[in-house]
Design a protein around this ligand. Structure first.
Ligand code: GLN
Length: 303
């Protein structure tokens, strides 16, 4: 590593990868390190993922070397990779993320999957959807992208979050109606929806000790945590909102904390829904679908 330009070492791709393995192996597995390296190549430098194998001797630019060094320091301090590259891949989307928003999880891709599956084959009229607590916009944007029947609105509590979500919508070529609302102080709206979807905060403070530092120390707590004494506070608010703003054959999709499933069933029983549950890839009950019960009145014969 003797070659230098303006005090920045010159490096080939292969040298940089080897340096990464050497620097990071005290904390991460080789598999993880190679994944981090490849993500930087593709998401931060827009290089082809195959370049390391095909042109290992190709030189990195000085700004790339600098960024790679900075990224290694941050990774060693548990800074999440997705905030370093500023990118997350969510279903077919490439989304920008930063510490304003939670990094979208694979479980949430599965929630979108459920909705797309339920409506994918229908070609009838359009559906009005509201994503409640949209963060990066991942759910709303994926839905709008994957089914043109969906007219999607999305809310979150702070304008800077909505700005990021809006940027993501534009970059992915979809139109979403974003608006600022606090989930816990929802104003009544003049309109109603066919589908409500939400991945609200649901981690209890008492779970904190089991959480990884990359999540706990860097992701927004307001998007993660709920008070131990009232962990369903967001679900209750959404169910109340639904009583006024969900159409008669409406459906609600929730991502949930598997630890709270019994309490959730109990809460939902107080409203008029048929519940279906779905597990995530890790085998945990992670999603709920609530369908409004069809009221008896509709079947009564006219006399
Ligand atoms: N699934 C996320 C996690 O485990 C939490 C998401 C949420 O609170 N809605 O970190």
């Amino acid at each position: 590593m003797s070659r230098m330009v303006n005090k920045i070492p010159c490096m080939t791709l292969l040298e940089a990868r080897d340096l990464y393995r050497e620097t990071l192996q005290k904390k991460f597995s080789i598999g993880e390190i190679d994944f981090y390296f490849k993500s930087l190549m593709t998401d931060s430098f827009q290089r082809e993922p195959t370049q390391l194998a095909l042109e290992p001797e190709s030189e990195l630019e000085p700004r790339e070397v600098l960024l790679i060094q900075e990224a290694a320091t941050k990774l060693l301090k548990d800074y999440p990779l997705q905030y370093i590259t500023g990118t997350v891949h969510f279903r077919t989307l490439k989304l920008k993320v930063d510490p304003r928003v939670l990094i979208p999880r694979p479980e949430t891709e599965e929630l979108v999957d459920w909705i797309v599956e339920d409506f994918g084959k229908r070609t009838d009229d359009s559906k009005d959807i509201l994503d409640m607590g949209t963060g990066s916009g991942c759910i709303a944007i994926a839905l709008a992208k994957e089914n043109t029947q969906f007219t999607v609105s999305a809310l979150d509590q702070e304008q800077p979050i909505l700005d990021l979500a809006q940027e993501n919508a534009l970059n992915n070529g979809v139109q979403i109606h974003f608006f600022q609302q606090d989930l816990l102080q929802l104003d009544s709206l003049k309109r109603s929806f066919d589908i409500l979807v939400s991945n609200p905060p649901y981690v209890m403070r008492k779970e904190q000790e089991l959480m990884q530092p990359n999540v706990l120390d860097h992701e927004p707590h307001q998007a993660l945590f709920v008070p131990d004494e009232d962990p369903l506070v967001f679900y209750r608010a959404i169910l109340k909102f639904a009583s006024l703003h969900l159409n008669s054959e409406g459906i609600i999709y929730f991502e949930i904390n598997p630890l709270l499933i019994d309490e959730l069933r109990f809460l939902i029983q107080q409203f008029d829904y048929t519940i279906s549950e779905r597990m995530d890839i890790f085998g945990k009950v992670r999603m709920l679908r609530l369908k409004k019960k069809v009221t008896w009145k509709r079947f009564k014969r006219k006399s």
